[in-house]
Ligand binder design. Sequence first.
Ligand code: ATP
Ligand code: MG
Length: 191
Amino acid sequence: MPVCLVIGVPGVGKSTIMDVLKAKYPDKIKIVIYGDYMVDIAREEGLVRHRDEMRKLPTDVQKDLQERAADRIYRESLSFGGVVLVDTHGFIKTPNGFFPGLPERILKLLNPSFTVLIEADPEEIASRRAKDETRERDVELEDLIRLHQELNRMAAVTYATLTGCNVVIIRNEEGKIEKSAKELAKNIGVA
Ligand code: ATP
Ligand code: MG
């Protein structure tokens, strides 16, 4: 059934919105955290014991894991009757520039029907990051968050061009998680 990529800068509210949707429509929604699949496969093969060992693996091994995770996600999506929401990132900020979360081969393997871009005011995102003590996100200037959001829009447009998926932009306004979840449900056809 449809695969829906969900992207947005750290702290914008992706996981929160997906969790609300899953709670509302438990049978229609499956949440897949891309990175977790890579860790699971690496563990099954005895390549790592902990998630933190992942980034120490050689790049070609990591790329192979990335592809196999995509393959597993796609196969699981075939047997699921609802929408598979893939929690991932368009671009990941690194000390050496922005790194693409989903290279072309992976995108084609996943064959998404939708790319959902979650956006918010850079000022609000900075404050969400500061308040959320469950995570250790980078503290960034608003201008950098704005630039990162612009790049994610370009990622979404690229996904649409390469795969033919639709692009959905959800504005996750402060204090309006329910509204964002509703809008997402409507756009991807689960409501
Ligand atoms: P990451 O990519 O780092 O996993 P994320 O996009 O999944 O980030 P969340 O963990 O969902 O972000 O949200 C970050 C924080 O912002 C959480 O503390 C969450 O409760 C809060 N938050 C999310 N949406 C809103 C909103 N509309 N208004 C106020 N706070 C929000
Ligand atoms: Mg998250």
